[in-house]
Ligand binder design. Sequence first.
Ligand code: SF4
Length: 188
Amino acid sequence: MGITRRTFIKGLGSGITALGLTDVIFTRSGWAALVPPAKTKDTQVTTSICPYCGVGCGLIANTRGGKLINVEGDPDHPINEGSLCSKGQAVFEVVTSPRRLKKVRYRAPGSDHWEEKPLDWAIQTLAQRIKATRDASFITKSPTGVPVNRTEALASIGGASINNEECYLISKLTRALGIVYLEHQARL
Ligand code: SF4
């Protein structure tokens, strides 16, 4: 006897019953049991902003035990509504990539080669040089005797990824040092 459509479906039904798969195939809980738990299950959820450009897309970061598990677009964020460009989608790597730079490369004045230096050294050296430059160039009065209290030997250039709070702190610090050349890369 040949197999007709009717006998095939009948046989399939009997097979499913015989194998006890009816709960798996025909119920929601049956399917759910086959789906592995989401990797973001039981994680701490933190919202953030993509650091790469001035669009400022919203992110959701999931951490477990202090370890970053996942980063994705925030669907509730009014700018990106959950979407991210290719750079934003790779933002997970900013934290996790083994190629992330953890030292600075420094070429001393007059030197012909680069040296690797620790980040702490770079921050301390920058602070010392800013202080020395500011002290050496500080102008208290203009040529006409007007008090100005500024330095014209230092400048600050901001980037589009700097957020409001960072802009506030940079502005406060640079103005306190007497820096008058405050610029932003988007205007250059
Ligand atoms: S996801 Fe892309 S467009 Fe959005 S802020 Fe990041 S780099 Fe800019």
